[in-house]
Design a protein around this ligand. Structure first.
Ligand SMILES: *Cc1c(COP(=O)(O)O)cnc(C)c1O
Length: 369
């Protein structure tokens, strides 16, 4: 087994997906499984599809091409506005792309005409988080322009909140999206359009008991993989929070002073925090570093504290215990830690399916840095 490695329990991912799909279906909402955090790995993508997601969404064309090559023929959505330099690849592999720029839409139309395909487009609306989106006042005009472009089909409206500025999806901004739909999409055809309200941070709003209005789709990554809602990182009832774990290996284990000595300047990553003298401690080094994972997003085993991290070394105070060199330690991860670990060439991935008897281990994850 290669260390460090991500240990990925496909059964728990299946369970989490199925549960979210069924809860949201009860509200008339379909789920797009978001695959970007695991580079579109086909094994995880297949699990999401088996568990009932109606489409897969990714922000990177490479990941979508990888899923296509692996034989996935489900509806694939590019959830980031296409780069002008990639429109040919987009019309080739993507069914629906999310868009905000007319110049890109024109290029998509030209590329689609060239290969004789119809490319579907969903327009993203800015609702206040100030990331991607067309200002509400410009949406009507943009829809009209899309409808004039050959080989493009307007298939819906969407929005994204909470990612850049932390603006919460709530009844006010979600009604704004619904009201745009009511105004701009003919009433009797609403069900034919995708009204994609947002990401995992929309779950609190969706489950709040009020109406979800015209929203009939959510795009979920973090909630499926980590079993938490991203606004407060609280575990979602009935979901596993430990479907993905990180395993790394001890390479040094010694009793050492807790206080460094010598004269101090900056460390490799800025000024190190002042350390309190606690006498000698059991200090352990694990072979993983900032190159592989976001240290702020790691949860160590109980009774172990993370006391430092550099490019290639994670330093722990193991308190009463003294793990031997070669010991494997298991960590839980938050979203930012998963993202980096999944994309590090030094972290391998191990897939398995746990048995029925596995217990829930719900534990609150640390907040994003
Ligand atoms: C990443 C992303 C998502 C998924 O977000 P999660 O919080 O992981 O559910 C949804 N929509 C867009 C546009 C994204 O970029």
């Amino acid at each position: 087994m290669n260390n460090p490695r991500l240990s990925i329990d496909l059964r728990k991912i299946h369970h989490n997906t199925q549960r979210l799909v069924s809860l949201l279906n009860g509200k008339g909402i379909s789920v797009t499984g978001v695959t970007k955090s695991f580079l579109g790995d086909p094994q995880i993508a297949h699990k999401m599809l088996h568990a009932g997601v109606t489409s897969l969404g990714d922000s990177r064309i490479e990941n979508i091409e990888r899923m296509r090559r692996s034989g996935i023929n489900a509806q694939l959505i590019l959830i980031r506005s296409p780069m002008l330099s990639q429109v040919e690849r987009v019309v080739e592999s993507v069914d629906i792309s999310f868009n905000t720029e007319i110049i890109v839409l024109r290029a998509l139309s030209t590329a689609a005409i060239k290969v004789g395909k119809t490319h579907k487009v969903l327009l993203m609306v800015e609702l206040g988080d100030l990331r991607e989106g067309i200002l509400p006042i410009d949406v009507e005009r943009t829809i009209a322009e899309v409808k004039k472009l050959k080989n493009l089909k307007f298939v819906g409206l969407g929005a994204n909140l909470a990612c850049r500025s932390g603006v919460k999806p709530d009844n006010r901004n979600m009604s704004e999206l619904s009201n745009l739909c009511l105004r701009l999409i003919p009433q009797n055809t609403h069900s034919k359009y995708m009204i994609s309200g947002g990401n995992s941070s929309n779950l609190n709003w969706a489950f709040s008991g009020d109406t979800v209005g015209q929203v009939n789709n959510l795009r979920l990554g973090e909630a499926i993989l980590l079993g938490v809602e991203p606004l407060h990182r609280n575990p979602i009832e009935g979901l596993f929070t430990d479907a993905i774990r990180l395993i790394a290996e001890v390479i040094e284990s010694k009793s050492k002073p807790s206080k460094p000595w010598g004269e101090f300047a900056q460390s490799a990553f800025g000024t190190a925090a002042k350390t309190k003298d606690q006498g000698d401690i059991n200090q352990v080094i694990v072979a993983i570093g900032r190159q592989d994972v976001d240290p702020c997003g790691l949860v160590p085993p109980s009774d172990i504290d993370i006391i430092g991290m550099s490019s290639d070394h994670l330093i722990l105070n193991t308190r009463g215990k003294k793990p031997t060199v070669g010991t494997e330690l298991v960590f839980q991860l938050n979203y930012s830690a998963v993202l980096r670990a999944m994309t590090s060439p030094h972290v391998s991935k191990e897939f398995f399916e746990s048995g029925e008897s596995n217990l829930y281990q719900n534990q609150t994850m640390p907040n994003a840095a």
